[in-house]
Design a protein around this ligand. Structure first.
Ligand code: NDP
Length: 335
């Protein structure tokens, strides 16, 4: 039986902040699954900041979205028809078939998921998925977090940041400080996630607010934001401090190169380590991460939030909302 899908295409490369006219929702008839292929109906789509880079065409290291083609991204869905051994109708799968309601894909591009008691399937795009692994890798492998460290996390109420802060607490950090873009998010960090202190970066100088929250400095910085946050953290880091550079969202909509921190000489003077990472280089840690995170979820030591936008038609709004701070925790589109 033939099936149809709705899928978002990029039709113009955004300059600065993307606008809705850069995208088009297209309906198409799907082919029948061929040998080793399955038909998947998506249930949740992941909205991620890296997608902004894929919308451009200026970076030869990044495979851009092709204009007029379906946009990809993390998604969970259900197999509805299968011509592949090992995948049957009803199976829950994770793949890169995002920004669309359904797709036909080769089975080798999909991971069959085991449902976890008490955890929604959307969690495979957040706390149990790529953002969770990013937080885990960044803290445990990149900063080599130690008991007694004072930790600063920027973008702390988002998918990665909210988990980085909680993992730091569970791994024995003396204090965990977070920054976020609203008073509600600051309350969430302190009241629900157990951060020691937090501030709203829109209230004033990041540097001054960080110095006030961490008068004895910080040992570890988990950077999701870059820009003024990174510069403030370099000032606040104690001698031999370590920073995991995970992302730099403050510059993702910039139309040119963004200036670097003006205080890089402090890296030399204080013997700091600033280390960037890509989660995709660390998939070997997935089993250890999944085991530890499942235990933390089961015993309640880690909690998470999701911001869910309903309907494929609202996916672009969800993405723009993600870039603008609508979300607390993981930003998702429910189909
Ligand atoms: P989030 O859930 O944190 O969502 C993005 C958040 O960024 C928004 O909610 C907003 O929150 C904040 N933000 C937007 N603009 C600014 C700004 N100008 N200054 C400060 N904060 C801003 O996204 P993720 O958790 O998925 O990703 C967090 C970071 O990690 C991103 O930089 C992303 O690119 C990076 N990343 C890197 C990976 C890697 O392998 N290195 C893997 C996954 C993510 P607010 O209200 O606080 O402003």
């Amino acid at each position: 039986m033939t099936s149809t899908a709705q899928e978002w295409h990029l039709v113009a490369r955004p300059v600065g902040r993307p606008v809705t006219d850069d995208f088009r929702l297209v309906e198409r008839t799907l082919p029948l699954p061929g040998a080793d292929e399955v038909l998947v109906r998506n249930t949740f789509l992941s909205m991620d900041p890296y997608m902004r880079a894929l919308m451009g065409a200026g970076d030869p290291d990044i495979p851009s979205y092709a204009l007029g083609e379906p946009m990809t991204g993390g998604a969970v869905g259900q197999v509805v028809e299968s011509r592949a051994a090992g995948l049957a109708p009803g199976d829950l799968v994770l793949g890169n078939l995002g920004w669309r309601t359904a797709a036909v894909a080769h089975a080798k591009l999909l991971t069959r998921l085991q449902r976890v008691d008490g955890v929604p399937e959307s969690a495979f795009l957040g706390v149990l998925g790529m953002p969770g692994l990013s937080a885990y890798v960044g803290l445990t492998e990149i900063t080599e977090l130690r008991e007694g460290d004072t930790v600063f996390v920027s973008g702390a109420a988002g998918a990665v940041g909210s988990l980085a802060g909680q993992i730091a607490r569970l791994r024995g950090a003396k204090a965990v400080i977070g920054s976020a873009g609203s008073d509600e998010k600051v309350q969430y960090l302190i009241g629900e996630l157990g951060f020691t202190a937090a501030f709203n970066y829109k209230d004033g100088s990041v540097r001054e607010q960080l110095m006030k929250a961490a008068p004895s400095g910080v040992d570890v910085y988990f950077d999701n934001v870059g820009g003024d946050h990174l510069e403030a953290a370099i000032d606040a880091l104690n001698p031999h401090g370590r920073a995991a550079l995970c992302g730099a969202i403050s510059g993702y909509n910039a139309t040119g190169r963004t200036p670097g921190p003006s205080n890089l000489v402090e890296v030399v003077k204080k013997r700091l380590t600033l280390r960037g990472f890509e989660v995709g280089d660390h998939t070997a840690l997935q089993p250890r991460f999944a085991h530890e995170m499942s235990n933390w979820l089961a015993d309640g030591s880690i909690t998470f939030r999701e911001t869910v936008v309903d309907g494929i038609g609202n996916a672009v709004d969800a993405f723009l909302g993600l870039m603008g701070g609508w979300n607390t925790g993981k930003m998702l589109v429910r189909i």
